[in-house]
Design a protein around this ligand. Structure first.
Ligand code: ATR
Length: 281
């Protein structure tokens, strides 16, 4: 019998996950189907009960349900508890188990641009302090970089992000203005904020003129493929990484949990990059 999978969110119509996972099922010869489910915010509990009753084998969770779904699951793994958000649910014979592949997906994408040794010696700046930033911060602490700085429009959120995760890595919270002044000291700068996302594509999360030559500028946004932040960073001779890699790797990690199979991420990154209308940044 065909195993059913999906993604729950609101809105969900623009999600590229169904296309990606359904291609992987076909490529890997697995009898599975992946559907988008648009759930009204007040009906999450009902939806989860329904998915359990229908024996949906696994699903992704996106905005605005990544935190709200946690108490509705039978088990949440340690990483997702520390991050405070779930993006993957696996139905283990009726027991719903939650995990989070967002941060690890970003780390896998970063490791296609920098070695673990490079990262150990890097000073990293994370711009933004929301859910995505927290997952990425947590995953990066495991790679033990020289330091991690978090800058956010609302500075208190950056402070509380750093306080919420215990790590031996040197970490600090700064204002956007402070990080702009210190910009030449960072080797890797990651935009996790939504600034620059379609339709406000001209917006910049920070002024990048002080960026170090050969620094890596990474954005988790993939619509547009090349954000204003990445465009400006290129002008400063920085290396760049767009959000497609994180999207593909987080999905591949979910797929692997559900099926025990590792899909071809290289092919998926180039296909999605093509579909989004350009060569990889
Ligand atoms: P996600 O789960 O995608 O990270 P989120 O938790 O809503 O979403 O976080 C969005 C991030 O983008 C936050 O860091 C937010 O900054 P604030 O904490 O100050 O709200 C940042 N962000 C969103 N819109 C912004 C804007 N116009 N200018 C600066 N930062 C913005």
């Amino acid at each position: 019998m065909t195993s059913l999978y999906g993604v729950i969110g609101n809105p969900i119509t623009h999600s590229r996950s169904p296309q990606m996972h359904n291609r992987w099922f076909a490529e890997e010869g697995i009898d599975g189907q992946y559907f988008p489910f648009d759930i009204e915010p007040g009906r999450l509990e009902e939806a989860v009960r329904g998915m359990k009753a229908l024996n949906i084998a696994g699903w992704n969770v996106t905005i605005p349900f990544k935190e709200a779904i946690m108490p509705l699951l039978d088990q949440v793994d340690d990483d997702a508890i520390k991050i405070g958000a779930v993006n993957t649910v696996k139905n283990c014979k009726g027991r719903l188990v939650g995990s989070n592949t967002d941060g690890a997906g970003f780390a896998a994408s970063l490791l296609e641009k920098r070695t673990t040794e490079d990262i150990k010696q890097s000073s990293i700046l994370i711009i933004g302090a929301g859910g995505a930033a927290k997952g990425i911060y947590y995953a990066l602490t495991k790679l033990t970089p020289a330091s991690i700085t978090v800058a956010n429009r609302t500075e208190e959120r950056a402070v509380s992000l750093i306080q919420s995760i215990i790590t031996p890595v040197k970490a600090q919270a700064v204002t956007i203005q402070e990080c702009e002044k210190l910009l030449s000291s960072y080797d890797i700068v990651i935009n996790t904020s939504s600034v620059g996302m379609f339709p406000h594509t001209e917006r910049l999360p920070i002024h990048v003129s002080g960026l170090k030559n050969n620094a890596l500028a990474a954005d988790i946004i993939y619509n547009p493929l090349e954000t204003a932040f990445l465009k400006e960073a290129k002008k400063c001779k920085a290396d760049t990484l767009n959000g497609v890699g994180m999207f593909v790797h987080q999905g591949a990690m979910s797929f692997n949990q559900w099926t025990g199979t590792r899909p071809d991420t290289v092919k998926a990154i180039s296909r999605i990059t093509e579909e989004l209308g350009g060569p990889s940044c």
